[in-house]
Design a binder for this molecule. Structure first.
Ligand code: ADP
Ligand code: MG
Length: 251
């Protein structure tokens, strides 16, 4: 089943074609990787899918619904979450509060419920805490729950941002270079975390520089260069594509 369908997607920044006429089908339950040199348009593509940028052209369908140009708030409510290349946590808040912030999008109680602390609101608070704790446990960082986000190691901060995204209960999780800056050993841990996320029923979009990680994880790879697709297919097909070797692997 195709979860996400991208057609002719484009984003221009005053003459620069950051994303240029991109087609992509993301299969449910799979890992789709986007690779390409620096400035190829990978993060811009994620921003278009998650609503942070409005496309200049083309369309995005998610679960057979047109979500083209929707705001991030609405796309996340529909089930698309993304993490960022540089983690964007609330630095002075605790790890738990950061992850709890992901629950806002799933909240139903009104301001009145909150002010009056109605039973409905208290029930929802307990539910949100359970969900946030589950996300912390899933990502292996429950022991850091009461630490200030900026004070925990970089690897943990990266896990917090994934936990925050998971707390929104996404169907599609877009991970933008989750392993950047990590050691080889930490990267192995992140690859396993990504496998666990998929095993849990979440479809993953992955932008990643580390070829070994991409090749071992991805079911499907889209290769971008200067905003355009230069190849797409299985890791085997992409790895041996002459254009990819020339443009990207430089070998
Ligand atoms: P990648 O993630 O593949 O390294 P990006 O998607 O971040 O590449 O960037 C693609 C191109 O678009 C780059 O040339 C970048 O400078 C440009 N770009 C990205 N965001 C903006 C923006 N908000 N305004 C202007 N140019 C941008
Ligand atoms: Mg990027």
């Amino acid at each position: 089943m195709t979860l996400l369908e991208v057609r002719g997607l484009g984003k221009h920044f005053s003459g620069l074609h950051a994303v240029d006429d991109v087609d992509l089908d993301v299969a449910a339950g799979r890992i789709t990787a986007i690779i390409g040199p620096n400035g190829a348009g990978k993060s811009t593509l994620f921003n278009l899918l998650a609503g942070f940028y409005r496309p200049t052209s083309g369309s995005v369908r998610f679960k057979d619904r047109d979500i083209t140009g929707m705001s991030p708030h609405r796309t996340v409510a529909h089930g698309i979450a993304r993490t960022f290349q540089t983690t964007n946590l609330f630095e002075d808040a605790t790890v738990l509060d950061n992850v709890l912030s992901g629950r806002i999008v799933r909240s139903h109680s009104t301001v009145f419920d909150a002010v009056l602390r109605t039973p409905r609101h208290r029930k929802e608070e307990r539910h949100n805490l359970d969900k946030a704790m589950a996300a912390l446990e899933f990502t292996g960082i429950a022991e850091y729950r009461d630490e200030i986000a900026s004070s925990v190691p970089q690897e943990v901060q990266k896990r917090v941002s994934i936990a925050l995204a998971l707390a929104t209960e996404p169907e599609l999780l877009l991970l933008d270079e989750p392993a950047a800056g990590l050691t080889e050993e930490e990267t192995v841990g992140f690859a396993q975390l990504i496998r666990n996320i998929v095993a849990d029923g979440v479809t993953v979009g992955l932008v990643e520089h580390r070829m070994s990680m991409v090749m071992s994880l991805a079911d499907h790879i889209l290769v971008l260069d200067h905003g355009k697709e230069i190849a797409s297919g299985t890791p085997e097909t992409v790895r041996t594509d002459p254009q990819v070797i020339e443009a990207y692997l430089g070998a």
